[in-house]
Write a protein that binds this ligand. Structure first.
Ligand SMILES: [Ca+2]
Length: 197
């Protein structure tokens, strides 16, 4: 005997079957996600599902290789719109008398990752030294006021008057400070170069 319940179940079954066979969407209103485009052809479709089907249940290291395409093309270090980083002179044969200090600020490192510095403190004799510091520039929220934050310091002494070091870029803008104590004087050469990594 065909009851109302049987008729209803049959209708639902047909509806489900119809949904399976005819209602699979061939286009999507979603947003293209390159991480879902397994074969990288610019379309997310069944070809991207098949490799997952084959690899289903496997496990391993989830680290992914990526291609970075938005490296900065320009930088501003003293000179506007240079095509690439150049050696930038901070001091060249600059005389530091005893008990003196000098600042050079607002070098821009936006987009770069590593800061390479060369220093020569000429004329130091026994007992004398030169202190060189790199400071990051820490801005307030409005970006109209800042404080300097010491990021790196090195003391140059006789016998090791040539120094080279590399540090991570401390901030978008950075500064150098060099100083002598009350018994030291010398001539300072300092330049830097920036690289992406
Ligand atoms: Ca694809």
């Amino acid at each position: 005997m065909i009851t109302k319940k049987t008729l209803l179940l049959s209708f639902v079954s047909v509806l489900c079957a119809a949904t399976l066979f005819f209602a699979i969407p061939v286009s999507s209103s979603g947003t293209y996600d390159p991480w879902l485009d397994y074969n990288g052809d610019g379309i997310v479709d069944l070809k991207d599902v098949y490799p997952m089907h084959q690899a289903y249940g496997t496990s391993g290291d989830p680290t992914r290789n990526v291609n970075v395409t938005n490296w900065p093309q320009t930088q501003n270090v003293s000179v506007v719109n240079m095509p690439q980083s150049t050696d930038t002179n901070v001091w060249y044969n600059e005389h530091f008398a005893a008990s003196s200090q000098a600042w050079k600020v607002d070098y821009r490192a936006s987009g770069f990752g590593q800061l390479h510095v060369l220093i020569y403190a000429m004329g130091l004799i026994t007992g004398e030294s030169l202190l060189v510091e790199v400071h990051g520039e820490l801005f307030n929220a409005a970006h109209d006021s800042e404080v300097l934050v010491l990021a790196y310091a090195i003391t140059i002494r006789p016998g090791s008057q040539f120094q080279a070091f590399t540090i991570p870029v401390p901030s978008e803008y950075f500064a150098f400070r060099a100083s002598t104590d009350d018994v030291s004087n010398c001539y300072v050469y300092l330049s830097f170069y920036l690289t992406y990594a």
